[in-house]
Design a protein around this ligand. Sequence first.
Ligand SMILES: NC(=O)c1ccc[n+]([C@@H]2O[C@H](COP(=O)([O-])OP(=O)(O)OC[C@H]3O[C@@H](n4cnc5c(N)ncnc54)[C@H](OP(=O)(O)O)[C@@H]3O)[C@@H](O)[C@H]2O)c1
Length: 391
Amino acid sequence: MTPVSKRIAILGSTGSIGRQALDVIAAHEDLTVCALAAGRNAALLGEQARTFAPDCVALALEGERSLLRTELPEGTELLTGPESLTEIVWRAHPDVLLTAVVGTAGLAPTLAGIACGATLAVANKEALVAAGGLVMPAARAAGVDVLPVDSEHSAIFQCLAAGRRDEVRRVVLTASGGALRDWDPAAVADAGVDDALNHPTWDMGRKITIDSATLVNKAMEIVEAHWLFDLSADEIDVVLHGESIVHSCVEYQDGSMLAQLGRPEMTTPIAYALNYPRRRPCPGEPLDLAALGSLTFSRPTGRFADAVELGFDVIRRGGAAGAALIGANDAAVAAFCEGAIAFGDIVPLVGQTLARCEPIEEVTLEALLAAEAQARREVAARVSSRTVRTD
Ligand SMILES: NC(=O)c1ccc[n+]([C@@H]2O[C@H](COP(=O)([O-])OP(=O)(O)OC[C@H]3O[C@@H](n4cnc5c(N)ncnc54)[C@H](OP(=O)(O)O)[C@@H]3O)[C@@H](O)[C@H]2O)c1
């Protein structure tokens, strides 16, 4: 089959996913970069622009804009400011939009990508968790493919190709357990930031690594699976799997369970999404099952179960609950990183805030962003008045 040339825009190109996506693109000559966007890292964005010569780049937050301007190759336009993430999508009209920023900054550009008819490669799970009720119907109406980049959802997407939707009994998301999984439960509550960042199997950005340690990342992934694959809470299960080799499974009505396996590296799901529907050769050692010997699975209990439950709670509540989860968790993680609360306070604080989330009359972008902001304020107020309750 002749390769189809694709123009790709990456939002969050200076981050962990963005940098790995550029490595994948560099290895495939039919994949080209038409736009790159970052938050503050002007130096790396400039370097990437000189290597990939995109039509335009965007620096959304404050950074060395003047330096960047002089460092861009001829023909590459510079956009700046928070709106530039969305403007760059309209300007570039990519074939594939890879959303790899952190938080709901990716939401408006995701909707712009759909309006442009771009295939979405979604790493930015927060956009789906907060606003899956807007993003997925818009994508369906526009006939746009939404391809998951998260390794668990990429695994489910691939396993779902083996049967019909009405033949699916449930999906099983696997969870590494994060940096503190082997800690004494009594000690976890007082773990420090460096402890939470010390992930045993995955090398990821800072925020998702802390979310992985609390397992709020798995709660988000439950909601992400709900929106991506139209699954009810009863059709989603979670197991702990410390080796991070089985990325997730789909169980069919006949009892067959299909799994996707691979090394814990994001280049595989990134390459799958960018090359979809083709599978292209990727560098790296093949998975050696005999060398692995055994794989382990267990049910989440204790603090793991509490965090996972947040995801099911969001699905059952509906409305703006996903946006409240994102806002509350963002604020709680920021407070933890600043030393204002303990690690063990994060999940209870998010749960208390989610429980206070008000129903909304209509799912609109404004209503969801307002719910996210309200949740942030509630967490900030509890942190400053020291009414965080961890019981
Ligand atoms: N890393 C993984 O292995 C992994 C796996 C699955 C899913 N994900 C998801 O992928 C997304 C990215 O994760 P990551 O680990 O790559 O994060 P990261 O390393 O922290 O990178 C985040 C990227 O987003 C940019 N950014 C941050 N805030 C921004 C804003 N307000 N406006 C514009 N750009 C902004 C950053 O720019 P600057 O650095 O220039 O400021 C950087 O390019 C997250 O949603 C995460 O949950 C990540």
